[in-house]
Design a protein around this ligand. Structure first.
Ligand code: DC
Length: 223
């Protein structure tokens, strides 16, 4: 249910590599808030659809699959899909490549909306994604939009991914990031935008710590 508690949300949106996941996780820990990683929910559904060999173009089949899927988070942020920790499975390159096919479907997004609100319901939260301030938590008390130069964001992603995949090149990561930016900003359903009223932070030349400090100051001022 969407209720007054949704107001106590710090909504953080932004493209891949903007630093929002690390910022959201650390900020939530510092402020004692629940961290809602909505990318993980889209990834979980994509993983399950691939695992079950569902047709990713069949919105009805995806809705049926979502209807019989339990999504939740452990206290430490690991994602549970039907009660099983799938944190590793949801971050494979295959899931990252296919996710836009799920994320672009308005029907799927509409069904995920109440799930996201229910996960937050009754608690204070930091919610991160692509449509937090614009669609899922339009009444969030605080809204931030993190952005940054494409090449710097790609470099961050590459540093994150290369330990698990030593042959990965920077060019591959930049190509994947450009693709994802294009899909996220150009889809008809809830495209990535800087929501009205959001504070925009260019993270190109900032450390994670700098970004968290900026956000914390604003949250305390308006708290
Ligand atoms: O934040 P992430 O990289 O884990 O997100 C993966 C993809 O999920 C992203 O490219 C688009 C989609 N997504 C979305 O469409 N809406 C959200 N609120 C969160 C993620």
């Amino acid at each position: 249910m969407f209720n007054a508690h949704s107001m106590d949300v710090i909504a953080i949106d932004g493209p891949a590599g903007s630093g929002k996941s690390t910022v959201a996780r650390d900020l939530a820990m510092r402020l004692g808030r629940f961290h809602l990683d909505t990318g993980a929910l889209y990834r979980a559904l994509t993983w399950k659809a691939l695992d079950q060999k569902a047709d990713l173009e069949d919105a009805a089949a995806l809705l049926a699959l979502l209807g019989c899927t339990a999504l939740g988070f452990e206290g430490d942020g690991r994602i549970l899909v039907d009660g099983v920790d799938r944190s590793k499975e949801i971050r494979t390159p295959e899931v990252t490549r296919q996710i836009y096919r799920i994320a672009e479907k308005g029907e799927v997004r509409a069904r995920l909306r109440p799930i996201q609100r229910a996960l937050v319901s009754g608690r204070s939260a930091v919610a991160e994604g692509r449509d937090m301030g614009s669609v899922v938590f339009p009444d969030a008390r605080w809204k931030f939009y993190l952005d940054g130069d494409e090449s710097v964001r790609a470099e961050r992603r590459w540093r994150e991914l290369v330990p698990g995949n030593p042959s990965l090149t920077r060019e591959e990561v930049l190509t994947e990031l450009k693709d994802r930016d294009a899909h996220d900003t150009q889809r008809a359903a809830a495209p990535l935008v800087c929501p009205p009223g959001a504070v925009r932070i260019d993270t190109t030349a900032l450390s994670i710590e700098d970004v968290i400090e900026k956000i914390e100051k604003i949250v305390q001022r308006k708290g």
